[in-house]
Design a protein around this ligand. Structure first.
Ligand code: KIV
Ligand code: ZN
Length: 516
């Protein structure tokens, strides 16, 4: 009897490209590089690092990731435009394994209303742009945007041309999240007789508008796709993309029904989820599969009883397999530097000497204010430190006068480009007063689109984690921070969002507070 080996699936992560396209999810260069290095370490096969023609920042991020990543293929996205393709090639040129990913719409609705091109004109575009890309790198992915709303006969014609002109991966996206699993599977099955199909890898790329992204990806695999495009936490345009952690764990857990394999080291999934959530400012919902805070929590008496008797009664995956460790009491104010360093290592956090020194100082301050310091507290503290290190404006101190009788008043001291500035402001409520004080130091027109608070751990002394989203001229920026004092966390989160807004606009803080 021969035992069949599970078919390997190429995991293509697009958190840094499609994920970053979610309104408000923009990330800094350092955050992107940190995420890319973790994806590489985790065993992601292809990292789509960005859209190099979109901005100088995107170009720089793709180039830096291409330089740093050790094993993964690094892909840059390009429209079917010669200048885009040349720019993508330049951005990935330092990668050990560079890929150009070029795409064009194929559906009648896109051709008629958006591109104003005929089917034959699009065929010519595919011919020219795929050939151009293939002249620049050996690894070329071609995508048929809105493939799932494209008539099969025309889609096959496009795919045939892309293969003939040198594409090595053919991606058939469900761009608008419209397909059902059986339709998506059938589309891949229909591609099997396209000339050259057996020499390329077909890929899924699904969006979650109807909540079907992961189901569609798995159906695509059953239909013959061997690459899956996905994102950490399902981040992505509109309702998001298929979640990497869900696809990988479905394959790992249900090998009996899904005879496939991936190279992903699943114990890094929780860490990756936290890192992406921190960098994007998008909180992970509590009941999110695999990485949500409640994914392995058992509340009802019957479930708890079963769990105590035998974990498999109510658990289909082991929490440790996705990197979840029982919340542990770490250390208190008497813990030393050595123990702290060891704890960070256990949590997979690597800090340089200066960063470690700073983190230890922050830990001691926290331990003075909070009785029990948990893993989650340490993670929040390191995340905050990482964000602040890259910011030009920082909160130094905050005093708030609140309570009945208002108006509430905030006195805020900030460091802006090395200069200490103090502002006082009132508001309807303490949070409003704090935000008004920030506005006095960093004047801006952005509107508050979201203000959210949640506790990092249980207890009245828990750190509050605050998320803020600001919107201006159709752009959204988010900031996040944690502190035992909700108002301090609010001020820091708001300032983090303003910092991102300033960085994006390339404005100089000096110019901003010169107007005071
Ligand atoms: O959803 C989509 O079609 C895309 C393409 C650019 C691959 O993101
Ligand atoms: Zn997409």
């Amino acid at each position: 009897m021969t035992i069949q080996k599970p078919d390997p699936i190429v995991i293509f992560d697009t958190t840094l490209r499609d994920g970053e396209q979610s309104p408000g999810a923009s990330m800094t260069l350092d955050e992107k590089v940190q995420i890319a290095n973790l994806l590489d370490e985790m065993g992601v096969d292809v990292i789509e690092a960005g859209f190099p023609i979109a901005s100088d920042g995107d170009f720089e991020a793709v180039s830096e990731i291409a330089r740093q990543v050790k094993n993964s293929v690094v892909a840059g996205l390009a429209r079917a435009i010669p200048a885009d393709i040349a720019r993508a090639a330049e951005a990935v040129r330092h990668a050990r394994r560079p890929r150009i990913h070029t795409f064009v719409s194929t559906s009648p609705i896109h051709l008629t209303h958006q591109m104003k091109k005929t089917e034959d004109q699009v065929i010519d575009i595919i011919e020219a742009t795929v050939a151009q890309a293939r002249g620049l790198v050996d690894d070329v992915e071609w995508s048929a945007m809105d493939a799932t709303r494209t008539p099969i006969a025309y889609l096959k014609r496009c795919v045939e041309v892309a293969i003939r002109c040198g594409a090595t991966t053919i991606n058939l996206p469900d761009t608008v999240g419209y397909a059902t699993p059986s339709e998506y599977r059938a589309m891949f099955e229909a591609m099997r007789d396209v000339p050259g199909a057996d020499g390329v890898i077909f890929s899924t790329h699904t969006h979650d508008d109807l909540g079907l992204a992961v189901a569609n990806s798995l159906a695509g695999i059953e239909g013959g796709a061997r690459q899956v495009e996905c994102t950490i936490n399902g981040l992505g345009e509109r309702a998001g993309n298929a979640a990497l952690e869900e696809i990988v764990m479905a394959i790992k857990t249900r090998g009996d029904a899904l005879p496939y394999s991936t190279r992903i080291e699943t114990t890094h999934l929780t860490r990756a989820s936290k890192l992406v959530s921190m960098a994007s400012g998008f909180q992970v919902q509590y009941n999110k599969a695999i990485v949500g805070a409640n994914a392995f929590a058992h509340e009802s008496g019957i479930h708890q009883d079963g769990m105590l008797k035998h974990a498999e009664t109510y658990e289909i995956m082991r929490p440790e397999d996705v990197g979840v460790h029982a919340t542990s009491l770490v250390m208190g104010k008497h813990s030393g530097r050595h123990a702290f360093r060891q704890k960070l290592e256990e949590m997979g956090l690597e800090l340089g000497d200066n960063a470690l020194q700073d983190a230890f100082r922050r830990f001691k301050e926290l331990a003075d204010r909070k009785k029990h310091v948990y893993d989650e507290d340490i993670l929040a503290l390191v995340e905050d430190q990482f964000t602040e290190e890259h910011e030009r404006a920082r909160v130094m101190s905050l005093t708030v006068i609140a309570g009945t009788g208002g108006p509430q008043k905030a006195i805020l001291v900030m460091d802006v480009d090395g200069k200490h500035i103090t502002a006082e402001a009132t508001g309807s409520g303490p949070v409003d007063a704090v935000f008004n004080a920030v506005k006095k130091i960093l004047p801006h027109e952005a509107k508050l689109a979201l203000y959210q608070v949640h506790a990092v751990t249980a207890g009245t002394d828990a750190q509050a984690e605050v998320s803020v989203r600001l919107s201006q001229d159709g752009r959204i920026e988010s900031g996040r921070s944690a502190d035992v004092d909700t108002l301090v966390a609010s001020a820091k989160a708001y300032v983090a969002a303003v910092n991102k807004m300033m960085a994006r606009r390339g404005q100089h803080a000096q110019a901003l507070h010169a107007t005071l």
